[in-house]
Design a protein around this ligand. Sequence first.
Ligand code: IPM
Ligand code: MG
Length: 367
Amino acid sequence: MSRKILILPGDGIGPEVMVHAVRVLELARDRYGFDLEVEHALVGGAAIDAHGEPLPEATLKLAKAADAVLLGAVGGPKWDALPTAQRPERGLLGLRSGLELFANLRPAILFPQLAQASSLKPELVAGLDILILRELTGGIYFGEPRGIDVDPGGNRRGFNTYVYSEPEIRRIARLGFELAGARGKRLCSVDKANVLEVTALWREIVEDEGRNFPDIDLSHMYVDNAAMQLVRAPKQFDVIVTGNMFGDILSDVAAMLTGSLGMLPSAALDASSKGMYEPVHGSAPDIAGQNLANPLATLLSIAMMFRYTFAEAHLAASLEGAVGDVLDAGLRTRDIAQGSVDGIDVVGTDAMADAVIAGFGRRLEAA
Ligand code: IPM
Ligand code: MG
């Protein structure tokens, strides 16, 4: 059975890290018999330049036909002046909603080799392994009505709608319990139930869904407190489940605890585990095209793809293991080299990717 994988390099450092993604996939095919077809399409600023819109119909069609999508990053200063509805980010949001990718898994794992790179004291973050599960197709990002209008007094007024239906809350809550069940068995649901009705409902439904998962230790936390706890004592968390906007914010906080955005993968899944996988780091236009980008988040995103969409745990573990090996060997891209000591070798995007890919190949041969 051949799997269709769509590559969307996007903007900024997206294309230069995605080149290496293709090499990993080809290696999995050649050495492991992971049968696949790779296609490419445009999204974000690249699609605006070529077709005048961030998510061309053809791209969405290919994404719908694919088993998995690998996305680089979208956006950059070149398109900053465009109105919200035409910006590169719309391409990303359109893919999320068009593919019904309601579940965003954002792990924040601190590789022991990088404890020095965190902005928190090593003892607070050593061994950190948390998973933020962010609802991705609802909440204030997509709620209607939205817009900017003029009130009777002639003043402009901007508005968005924060709305969640019971089924939307239930499905993300259920996944949160399932994911917690497969790891530390603790789920913390984050809301603002003391102020916002929509999240009072959220809390009620999560609580109710929890009755089906008696072995999971469920807690609730207000989002302001959760932000504080993440920087005070992050290891208290196992899985955090929250809505779209709170998840956007908290996942950046959690990412920083690990020392580098350049290390973090993410998955956005639909109800049947089809997924879009992307590094958390964004397009980083300031370093694009300079062989400075950290390719590890992209490579780790492919590992998530192997695990969650294709149930290929061995491929996932081999690739993650190869990343660990190069860190052990002292290789660092510039973003994860701060605070490092002797025996560190600062390398560029290509050399880092080459080392991981060589190690991945060796691990596949050995198996
Ligand atoms: C993210 C990003 C996006 C979001 C932007 C680029 C639209 O910040 O994936 O976290 O807000 O979801
Ligand atoms: Mg974000």
